[in-house]
Design a protein around this ligand. Sequence first.
Ligand SMILES: Nc1nc2c(ncn2[C@@H]2O[C@H](COP(=O)(O)OP(=O)(O)OP(=O)(O)O)[C@@H](O)[C@H]2O)c(=O)[nH]1
Ligand SMILES: [Mg+2]
Length: 821
Amino acid sequence: ATAYDLATLLKEIKSGKTHVKGEDLFLSDSDCRKIGNVLAKNETLEELDLAETEVGDRGAANLAASLRDNKTLSILNLSDNNCADQTTEAFLQLLKVNGTLTKIQLTGNYCDDKYVKELNLALRKNKTNKDLFLLHYENFENALKYGVKGPWGMSKLMIVGQGRAGKTATVKTLLGQAFSPDVESTVGISLTQTKTTTTDSGWGIAQEKTKDEAILPYMKGKKKEVLGEHKVDFAATVAAKVAVKRVETQAQKLRNERPSLARFVSKMPSTKMVAKQAKKEKKRKEKVSSKYNKKAKGNRKAELVIDDDIGDYDSEEGEEEGPPIMDHDTVFKKYNVKLITKAQNNLNSLAFTIWDYGGQKVFYTLHHLFLTKYGVYILVFDMREILSDEDEATTYLTFWLNSIRLHAQEAPVLLIGTFHDHVKSTQDLGEIDQVIGNLIAAFPQVETDKVYNRNFFPLDNTLPMNPKENVKNGDAEHIKANIERVSRNQEHVKREVSLRWLRCLDLMLEDDSKSKLSLSEVKTMAEKSGLTSSDEIMAMLHIFNELGVITHMTSTDALKQVITTNPQWLLDALSMIIRDSTLHMFDLNEMEKMGLEGEAVTLMNKGIASRDLLEHLWNPSEVTFLLDLMRRTLLLSEWRFGDTKQKRYMVPSLLQDDHHTKPKEFKGDRFVFDFSQSYLPVGVFSRLVCLCVGYCGVNASSKTPEPILHKNNAQMWLNENENSKVTLLENKQKVWVVVEHSSVAHIALSMSLAMMSKLNEDAMGDGLEYATLIVTGKKAIRFVDAKKQRLEPWFHTSEGQTEKNRNPQAKIGVEDFLAAF
Ligand SMILES: Nc1nc2c(ncn2[C@@H]2O[C@H](COP(=O)(O)OP(=O)(O)OP(=O)(O)O)[C@@H](O)[C@H]2O)c(=O)[nH]1
Ligand SMILES: [Mg+2]
């Protein structure tokens, strides 16, 4: 981009461009300061051309100062300006801390040659560092120190949809595994780690046995190969990848340029020719780059490395050999051969963590914990269901699309229609396509099939496959190609990750015996990896959580303290409690032996778990943590009613539906949280019940009636008084709150409002959209208007009355309850 005035120049730099050139500009010192301010924060610009812009000494010194923290700018052209010694001095100072600049052009200025030469030497050192760090394993620590980045190349596939829609079968098909007609229904969420490359035959599971798989962070328990003193780990693999890539690009260029010299790849080619070739190469690559952006970037970087023309005054330095660019063999020797081969095979590899969600409704309340914005969502449906019961099928699909949108608005979604073996006719497929088309109109994040011009991807999971004989499932291959296409375009896959982060990740995953770490343990590991800034550590954890390699919840301070390094462990623990007992039974014989049969039945039927039962289902040493996690994610609350000899807990998502009482049978004053303009996500009502029951429990005495709870309605008492009953109801995208006696209207209102906003914040990422309406007679009026009017009985008219006056028995108020949460 070329800019002809300062404002445009600043805009161009800020816009994320990599190369910016200022032309016909007159840059005063203060202009340079403005440019400096922008550069200091910039993370994209790699080359800035300010030749012939009248930059003076002070301006250049300003620019130099601004580059102290800049990690991207590699070439700065200040040719034909008014710089003198202050400039060279400023840049010499800068180069003590800046490891990124490799070229500063100062031809046509007033600088002393002596200093320019010194400057070039310093620049060369930068280049040397960048070049060599990876080629010497002992310099691995240096790579960490210089904050070098490598390709992340990992993504997350989230497989969601109705129970028995064929999700697990789809995962198996994508992995090239044979179809089996009786797959077990998935409990909770099951994680699989895969590896895939665009070049080889397809996706495979990263298994413990296959030694040559890329080493993936999930592969806990896997024996790590030892290389010298360092373990082969994720960071080292990525480092090797970067090294291989560089060497390969360089070798390729040399081969292109001078076929006869191919054997002498370690010799430097002439700068000019390389530059010319590089330009050509770059042009070609840029054509393909929309698809393989990362690759093109790699080449461009290599071009900088190869260009030995670091300054305009170094012509006589030609004799002094720069750092030799190592050929393939040398790299091989420096690294362990295995590691290099591995890195080579995986240059373009894309690894997925597949999250196969159990389709049973009961698991839905867990979803918000794990539906994160990075990754690709695969929404699986049984095509036969669209044909047999369109309304129901589309309701389910809409539910899922809404959930994904709430939690991962940017993530691409692919719809896969299973049972292609049953639904074959063009007419049926066309009909389904139309239904899906109408459905996804409101969800731009859905990726359609551009090749077959369809809104979804049909899949026959039963097709026999044999990778050895190259018998493939055509549907599946097409789907995989599309998943790869959308993944590779995702920012987080393309993004290069600091080796320090990867190093830290390795350390975090090193101890297989642990499933979780404390924040302070992670901080120590981060320090060992060269990370000191607390902000950066939190950012790293956030991204790793989003990427699904660890779990780190941050909605409350207590949750922040724990990092789950083995998410499957957490998922399994949670689904020990939250499960559909009709489908996924507890082993009641086992329970009987332990004398826990009755308690297991109470959990399944009433959603109430005793501490003893939890200690049996979970590892006793994990009970405290898991209880705390469930409490803070509003999946469970303490049950302080009735017999209080043993600690008990209520899990509202396990409650049974009430088929007997119709919503209108609950009589009294009412108000409503109306979600009908958006939608009411699963888990909102149960969490509201969780919080309200928890609050009533705190104020309960032995005389307080026990709450009567169902999945769709909950009756609870604020205190010992029979009249203090509050009923919560879920019905058709609305949550109703009903009080039989108006004396508790005020407290019921303030309790529900506070709890709703708490759960929105803690569990729903503040994404809920609803209207609060108060019903008077046959009309509903907006909360704000009711408040203005001090509408009885919801608002007090006289100033002096407080919550406590009205409810003398209430020991603590809503605010106190939440503050202690
Ligand atoms: N004929 C045929 N059967 C399929 C196909 N896909 C899945 N099935 C069968 O449908 C049943 C359900 O498949 P699963 O993969 O277990 O379904 P799921 O969505 O993982 O189910 P949950 O884990 O309970 O949510 C199994 O018996 C599969 O063998 C298909 O394309 N054709
Ligand atoms: Mg399944």
